[in-house]
Design a protein around this ligand. Structure first.
Ligand SMILES: Cc1cc2nc3c(=O)[nH]c(=O)nc-3n(C[C@H](O)[C@H](O)[C@H](O)COP(=O)(O)OP(=O)(O)OC[C@H]3O[C@@H](n4cnc5c(N)ncnc54)[C@H](O)[C@@H]3O)c2cc1C
Length: 282
């Protein structure tokens, strides 16, 4: 069972960071859905519910997603989803169930940087920054590369771009953790493809790394991109073998890019979509 010795509910993030840094063993709680899986006593828990981080606000050039906004908010925010090709709704809709998504937060998902995270994978393909109370503003991709500093994630800022985006994911069964997930987005004249659940943290590759140029890549370019995606590091766990994940990265990568581009998968890419017999999971 998870226990808290002390419960603190600051009214702003500066106060929350102060507690986090100077109270021994202090931990931030978002929705607590992940934290509650562990059995331990947390000396001091910092609840951000009164810090005004619970909504998604639209400005002229961005959507500002508060850290305490729920995954259900992300899923159902019409303007945000219309502006981002529906990628966020698609990424979160299979996470457990709607009651769960009402409680799990964007902040816990992003700060947690779980390797399997659908949320992180989808956001990475967009033009997204994070705002932290201590470290300030930085690209989400940079946060993904960092370790866990004591800090408060305040919000995720998704810039308004002319996104063409798609999300593809394989789960062994509905609502299970993903075996592999891929998000592809074309914006500012470049492709952005994130591959997560490798099972390590999602990695973002740009069009230049994938050899993908232009909004409607040719079959040859797609096959080359699939080869690059399969070259990422994969490993095995109970949700899939490294070999199966490697195959999925190529296949889902092609599917996601084609869907984002609004074109059918070219016939010549069919062999890359069909798993060889030995790649089918047991
Ligand atoms: C059973 C189960 C199944 C799941 N399946 C999926 C899935 O299929 N796909 C998927 O993408 N995700 C899945 N998740 C993860 C889920 O979507 C959330 O990402 C996760 O629960 C964390 O969100 P939370 O609000 O519960 O965070 P919490 O549990 O409250 O916190 C998680 C971590 O983040 C820290 N933290 C929280 N908020 C902040 C903040 N604002 N600033 C700094 N640190 C913070 C906490 O200290 C803690 O270390 C699953 C989780 C569970 C429990």
């Amino acid at each position: 069972m998870l226990r808290f010795d002390n419960y603190v509910r600051p009214v702003n993030t500066a106060e929350a960071l102060e507690v986090l840094r100077y109270r021994r063993g202090a931990k931030v709680v978002g929705g607590g859905m992940w934290m509650r899986l562990s059995s331990r006593t947390v000396p001091c828990v910092v609840d951000l519910s009164d810090c005004g981080l619970g909504s998604i606000a639209e400005t002229d050039d961005a959507f500002e997603i508060g850290a305490m906004a729920s995954l259900r908010d992300l899923e159902t925010h019409r303007a945000l989803n219309e502006a981002t090709g529906g990628i966020l709704e698609r990424a979160v809709r299979d996470i457990v169930g709607s009651q769960f998504r009402e409680l799990a937060t964007v902040g816990g998902s992003v700060y947690g940087r779980f390797g399997f995270s659908d949320v992180l994978c989808a956001l990475l393909a967009l033009d997204a920054d994070v705002v932290l109370t201590g470290a300030g503003r930085m690209p989400l991709a940079r946060l993904c590369e960092q370790g866990y500093e004591k800090d408060i994630l305040e919000r995720v800022v998704v810039a308004k771009r002319d996104y063409r985006a798609a999300y593809a994911c394989v789960r062994r069964s509905a609502t299970d953790l993903p075996t592999l997930n891929v998000a592809a987005a074309y914006w500012n004249g470049d492709w952005h493809v994130a591959v997560g659940a490798r099972p390590a943290r999602a990695r973002l590759l740009l069009g230049s790394e994938l050899g993908l140029f232009g909004p409607e890549p040719s079959a040859a370019k797609l096959l080359n991109a699939a080869r690059v995606l399969r070259g990422l590091t994969f490993s095995s766990n109970m949700w899939g073998s490294a070999r199966y994940r490697r195959h999925l990265a190529g296949a889902l990568g092609i599917r996601a890019v084609c869907e984002a581009a609004g074109m059918p998968v070219p016939e010549a890419c069919a062999p890359a979509l069909a798993p060889a017999d030995e790649e089918v999971p047991a």
